[in-house]
Design a protein around this ligand. Structure first.
Ligand code: EPZ
Length: 424
């Protein structure tokens, strides 16, 4: 099992190029199911999750050419199977994002229920509520741990759907299904993440008629058919935030290129509250934390445009090193403090009550053997290891490789003393 070793690295300095967004490229690839023509997706990051999605599409019947780095050419001339692969779904929850497109294209999809993961139960009830509202028949086959969704003879018909929670995946799944519905669909209390807008832009390039993506009320007017398209993935705002925090925690300075400041406003605001300098330059976002009088702040995660839950653990790692007490509230997932145990192994002394963590701050972390408890917590462990005394050994790093392209080499280029070791 491979691991990442991180030694105390001193202030990081230099520039980093942000890759395409994992949480955008996955629904974008799912959307290519909706047409029998060729779609070209550019700016694709080299991630384990992208490989899983490619396998999902191939199993359904897509022909994929990924011979050019960063580019995926895919065409589903005809659907060969409507059954999601159980192992792939267990490996990646985002596999369920193929349900809406399969329902719209083929009229049937059989999906193994995604396992919960360390950050919570992660049900798909809102996805299924949306499919039912569009006229589909949803059979939850608990015995076989799968769900079978089929449309009636008249296919999918538009309707109004209210999401009890602005779920990113449910919004994306329903939006994709609704593109080929008979009539108009309104999604109320929709998620407003930039990835929703990126998906709507791709779908509209394919001939869909989607309006108001990025607001809490999205309108989709169904069309008969969608065509192929060429589309470049937006940069990854969570990777952007991770490297902003790398500058902050090491008291260094990093120029973050190919990033969209408009997608990371909560992170910019919170770092400025801590006296970290953040400048928006033509070349990119310049984060300078070389001054020593940083101060603590509180964070509360919320659906976009609130503070992103995916940056909660990296930001917490940073707060352990800043003088003063901070309170971190996690409102999106019910169990996203698994990294606290790991940070406490390094001397962070954090206490958790329900969805609130109190970070005393002002700590000098000690290197330790820690686990990556989820994708973003793994990144938080790397950040903590950069400033901890001695060596930090991070296991279960497959989580990290699911969502960060070339993480070790990007950190090395900034001066980090970091390496990946293969363990038998
Ligand atoms: C997306 O997951 C992201 N993944 C997550 O990123 C991100 O943390 C999350 O959105 C929130 O921003 C991808 O886009 C591939 P949700 P998703 O549906 O769609 C509850 C990362 O590290 N819920 O918005 O699964 C759910 O349990 C990953 O890159 C229901 O109750 O998130 C959670 O508490 C982690 N019923 C909350 O909503 C449902 O049907 C938010 O989930 C669906 C969700």
């Amino acid at each position: 099992m491979s691991k990442i070793l991180v030694n105390s690295s001193g202030p990081l300095h230099g520039e980093v190029n942000i890759s395409g967004a994992k949480n955008s490229v996955l629904p974008l690839l799912a959307a290519t199911i909706l047409t029998d023509q060729t779609c070209i997706i550019e700016g694709v990051p080299d991630l384990v999750d992208v490989n899983v999605m490619k396998k999902m599409l191939t199993n359904y019947g897509s022909e994929i050419d990924d011979s050019e780095p960063g580019v995926i050419r895919t065409q589903m001339k005809e659907v060969k199977s409507c059954e999601g692969d159980a192992e792939l779904v267990q490996e990646m929850r985002a596999s369920v994002f193929t349900m809406g497109p399969m329902l719209a294209r083929y009229g049937k999809v059989i999906m193994p229920l995604p396992g919960g993961c360390t950050i919570g139960k992660r049900p798909i009830d809102l996805h299924l509520k949306g499919f039912r509202a569009l006229g589909a028949d949803v059979l939850e086959d608990i015995e076989n741990e799968r769900v079978v969704v089929t449309t009636g003879p008249d296919g999918i018909r538009g309707d109004a759907i209210y999401l009890d929670f602005p779920s990113v995946g449910a919004t994306e799944n329903i939006m994709m299904a609704a593109t080929l519905a008979e009539g108009t669909t309104i999604i109320e209390n929709a998620a407003k993440e930039p990835e929703i807008i990126d998906l709507a832009n791709l779908l509209n390039k394919m001939g869909a008629r989607i309006k108001y993506a990025g607001t809490d009320m999205i309108r989709i007017e169904g069309v008969k058919k969608l065509s192929g398209c060429i589309h470049a993935v937006i940069p990854d705002r969570i990777e952007t935030g991770t490297f902003m925090l790398a500058a902050a925690i090491t008291r260094g300075d990093i120029l973050i290129k190919n990033a969209l400041p408009g997608h990371v406003r909560p992170i910019i605001a919170k770092l400025k509250e801590c006296n970290v300098s953040v400048e928006l330059l033509p070349e990119g976002i310049y984060v300078d934390a070389r001054n020593e009088d940083l101060i603590a702040t509180d964070i509360k995660t919320l659906p976009y445009p609130g503070f992103p839950t995916d940056i909660q653990s990296p930001f917490m790692a940073f707060l352990t090193t800043v003088k003063g007490k901070s309170v971190v509230r996690e409102t999106v997932f019910e169990n996203r403090f698994m990294h606290v145990v790991e940070l406490n192994r390094m001397g962070a002394d954090i206490t958790v009550t329900n969805r609130e963590a109190v970070v005393p701050g002002g700590k000098t972390l000690k290197g330790a053997r820690v686990r990556a408890t989820d994708l973003r917590a793994g990144a938080a462990m790397v950040l903590a290891g950069l400033v901890a005394t001695g060596t930090t050994e991070i296991s279960e790093i497959y989580h990290i490789e699911r969502g960060y392209e070339d993480l070790v080499s990007k950190f090395k280029a900034l001066g980090a003393d970091i390496m990946k070791i293969e363990h038998d």
